[in-house]
Design a protein around this ligand. Structure first.
Ligand code: CMC
Length: 429
């Protein structure tokens, strides 16, 4: 028998159906509650609200499980690569050889940005944050490809293969160009013969007089970082993408909004914040012990720790922590920040403050240390997260755009302001 929930308000009882997901997650469907009772549900920050049904990513935060389209993250990290995983996330299935070739060719075809776009970079001050440039320029792609950005879901879905490849490929090129601009360096064009991660490193670090050839360890590490960030269900940026998409905005506009949401230090900006934290601990000669005390007293926040959903180890953090050790060892790098990070992790995992609040390392705790080893400058860390998250944003945009009964996302609120009052003329205020 189908389950139902009963909500009793005063003397009246309201029946709400129960929805169960394929992994047994239950939700009370309150969609008709306001119409039936006049009441809405209140859940500031949406910590207990399912905003959609999705078949892209499954997370069980209590058990530390993350799966893209049913495939466990550790298996994908071991056996797949970023482009194949991006295909899986966007299209729902692992690609056949032909499908992967077609997808890779589209990515190559879309790698360059329109020449006119280069002038945009000249207008930005050199110290501009690359996240601001990235969101602005990704949105501007709609001006160069108006046929992909009709702002009509049906029409935009007709060009989905092209627009998805354009967003996924150009985000990497724009990111590299914003770095080159900030350094006063000439832009480097993408190459056909390089894979996704290698091409990015080439566009970042090749000079007109010297080719940059990354070591296999470095391109593998970057590939892994991108793969581990590829989707993470209804986080702040992905929910933003869905929200914008629900107004029937095109894919470029929707993912540009996702980039803005990602910028903040509580979300994608945490990887920069972790390195800043580790650097300041190092500069003060602390091994992390004083910092842990300050974090417990609320004076500081242990960046890279804690997660809204994971109340167990973030599975991505486990993989990244292990790879971080391997990469640094292979490259012969002795980074003092890694020692501090290890000490912080150990101290926190033994401390009742963190244990009782179920605060564990998240994906950002070690990713910054790998990116430093790869040579990515710190203000590009969040940009790397944005490149990695693009497949998830695209897949979520597609879900919203393809929804047969899609409605605009429009939460309600509980108003706590002034009651109606009369306008006060200037001289009486
Ligand atoms: N350091 C110290 N205390 C913490 C931390 C932390 N990093 N995170 C949470 N707490 C405490 C918090 O003060 C609260 O304590 P109390 O119950 O005494 O008030 C308790 O733990 C519960 O925290 P919360 O603020 O309710 O947790 P939240 O779900 O709202 O926030 C979070 C999640 C990720 C924003 C938060 O843990 C945080 O700020 N972490 C540091 C920033 C960070 O690493 N962000 C990256 C997240 S993973 C990448 C991504 O998916 O975007």
């Amino acid at each position: 028998m189908a389950k139902e929930a009963r909500i009793i308000i005063g003397e009246k009882e309201y029946k709400c159906p129960v929805i169960t997901g394929t992994e047994g997650e239950n939700a009370i469907d309150t969609r008709s509650l306001r119409a039936d009772s006049g009441y809405i549900t209140f859940d500031e920050g949406y910590g207990n609200t399912g905003s959609c049904q999705s078949d892209v990513t499954f997370i069980d935060g209590e058990k530390g499980i993350l799966r893209y389209r049913g495939y466990p993250i550790d298996e994908l990290a071991e056996r797949s690569n970023f482009v194949e995983t991006a295909y899986l996330i966007i299209y729902g299935e692992l690609p056949t050889r032909e499908q992967l070739q077609g997808f890779s060719s589209r990515l190559t075809h879309h790698a360059a940005v329109p020449v006119n776009m280069e002038h945009f970079f000249e207008g930005y001050p050199a110290h501009s944050h690359p996240m601001a440039i990235l969101s602005g320029l990704i949105n501007s792609l709609s001006c160069f490809y108006p046929e992909f950005a009709v702002n009509n879901h049906k029409a935009d879905l007709e060009n989905f293969d092209e627009v998805a490849s354009a967003a996924l490929s150009k985000v990497r090129t724009i990111a590299a160009m914003s770095y080159r601009m900030s350094q006063g360096l000439p832009y480097i064009y993408p190459r056909k013969d390089l894979n996704y991660a290698e091409n990015f490193l080439h566009m970042m670090f090749t000079e007109p007089y010297a080719k940059h050839v990354p070591s296999p360890e470095i391109s593998k590490a970057l590939n892994l970082i991108l793969l581990l960030h590829a989707d993470h269900e209804q986080n702040c940026s992905t929910s933003t993408v869905r929200m914008v998409a629900s107004s029937e905005a095109n894919l470029f506009a929707s993912v540009a909004a996702g980039i803005c949401a990602l910028w903040g230090p509580l979300h994608g900006g945490a990887n920069m914040a972790v390195i800043r934290m580790l650097e300041s601990i190092h500069a003060e000669g602390d091994d992390g012990s004083t910092f842990i005390k300050d974090a417990k007293s609320g004076k500081k926040r242990l960046m890279g720790f804690g997660h809204r959903v994971y109340k167990n180890y973030d599975p991505r953090a486990k993989i990244i922590g292990r790879v971080c050790e391997e990469v640094l060892e292979k490259l012969g790098i002795d980074d003092p920040l890694l020692n501090i990070a290890r000490h912080l992790e150990k101290a926190a995992l033994e401390d009742d403050y963190f244990v009782s609040r179920k605060l564990y390392p998240n994906v950002d705790f070690y990713s910054g240390i790998i990116m430093r080893a790869v040579g990515i400058p710190m203000n590009m860390f969040t940009v790397m997260f944005a490149i990695g998250r693009m497949p998830g944003w695209i897949a979520n945009w597609k879900e919203v755009a393809s929804h047969p009964q899609g409605r605009i996302y429009r939460p309600r609120q509980i108003y706590i302001g002034e009651n109606q009052r009369e306008y006060v003329p200037m001289d009486k205020r």
